[in-house]
Design a protein around this ligand. Structure first.
Ligand SMILES: *[C@@H]1O[C@H](CO)[C@@H](O)[C@H](O)[C@H]1NC(C)=O
Length: 337
């Protein structure tokens, strides 16, 4: 009986501490998060599917300015496999401008899919996911002393969401992380990474972004995040994506379980507004729609060319007759001046 009470107490402490085991799939998967972490069932959760025809253009949204991202100093950075993602600690010299308060950087981490898929981002734009997503996590250092203190406060955190797609070339900035993954293959392993230019992990253009109030995308899902999701994507090579998909394990050495598909599905928007820093020029087309559009334009051009050709065919003989009759008249005029 005493043992049972103790067990209950331990379970209760774990729950209060947010120490409950969670995964993305299975009996502890995302559908079950709210049972252990009530806020995961809240009405302002992240990620979301950003439907661009429903966003509100806000001309007063200042561009986000990453400060200190390009000068990390000389201190090495901690890279850590926590069983849910690979996380890089960031020094407090990095902070964000262009937000209501000063937000200081704490860490960045990634979300990705399964080997052989190009779907692994958490946020979607017009129901389209990309291969992976980078989150750079900051906290309101004007109001709070630490990340953990700010994590439960409204707008205590500001996270940059960068959609990552596969491009033609390797992205050397991402290799500063990816080339060290084998050193943190198993859960709870840590390594040191030389400092590098973190700005280069972001898309080149930061002017176009979406802004909304949301949450952490992992338990305990605190609804404390002021989100900035950039419209432009970062690109990595196929080889780099595969390294991310194939290197890490979500468990300690045995039995080894691959760390893949660590993304949460889009959550209901409910009554929230998504603001955009830019005006969408028409809808964003998907690859399929682009192909359809391309074929439509080609067919249209062909029709126009054919029409011109047939009109030309019809005009030419008439012209010929006119010319020859004119010629004949001239001849007649010559003969009979
Ligand atoms: C987020 O919520 C706060 C408090 O309700 C509100 O003042 C602010 O305008 C919201 N921001 C966005 C981007 O929706």
């Amino acid at each position: 009986m005493l043992f049972f009470v103790l067990l209950l107490k331990v379970t209760w402490i774990l729950a209060a501490d947010g120490g409950h085991h969670w995964t993305y799939e299975g009996p502890h998967g995302q559908d079950h998060w709210p049972a252990s972490y009530p806020e995961c069932g809240g009405n302002a959760q992240s990620p979301i599917d950003i439907q661009t025809d429903g966003v509100i253009f806000d001309p007063d949204l200042p561009t986000v300015q990453p400060h200190g991202y390009d000068q990390l100093g000389t201190e090495p950075l901690d890279l850590h496999n926590n069983g849910h993602t690979v996380q890089l600690s960031l020094p407090p010299t990095l902070h964000l401008g262009g937000l209501p308060r000063k937000y200081t950087a704490a860490q960045l981490h990634l979300h990705w899919g399964q080997k052989g898929t190009l779907k692994g981002s958490e946020h979607q734009i017009n129901s389209e996911a990309t291969a992976a997503e980078l989150h750079v996590v900051h906290y309101d250092s004007e109001s709070y002393g630490s990340l953990s203190e700010a994590a439960q406060k409204p707008q205590g955190l500001a996270v940059l969401g960068i959609l990552i797609e596969v491009g033609e070339t390797e992205n050397p900035a991402y290799d500063h992380i990816l080339s060290h993954l084998h050193e943190v293959r198993y859960k709870d392993q840590k390594t040191s990474v030389p400092p590098f230019n973190v700005r280069e992990l972001l898309p080149q253009q930061l002017e176009q972004f979406f802004r909304y109030n949301g949450s952490l995308t992992t338990p305990p899902c605190y609804q404390s995040v002021l989100w900035t999701v950039f419209n432009r994507r970062a690109q990595i090579s196929m080889g780099q994506l595969e390294k991310l998909q194939e290197t890490l394990s979500s468990t300690e050495e045995d039995p080894s379980e691959p760390l893949v598909q660590n993304y949460r599905v889009p959550q209901p928007l409910n009554q929230r507004t998504i603001f955009a820093s830019f005006i969408q020029v028409g809808p964003l087309y998907t690859t399929g729609e682009m192909l359809g559009l391309g074929m439509g334009i080609s067919a249209g051009c062909l029709c126009l060319l054919l029409t011109i050709y047939f009109i030309a065919q019809k005009i030419r003989p008439e012209k010929k007759t006119k010319m020859s009759s004119l010629g004949r008249r001239n001849c007649t005029e010559l003969i009979y001046p």
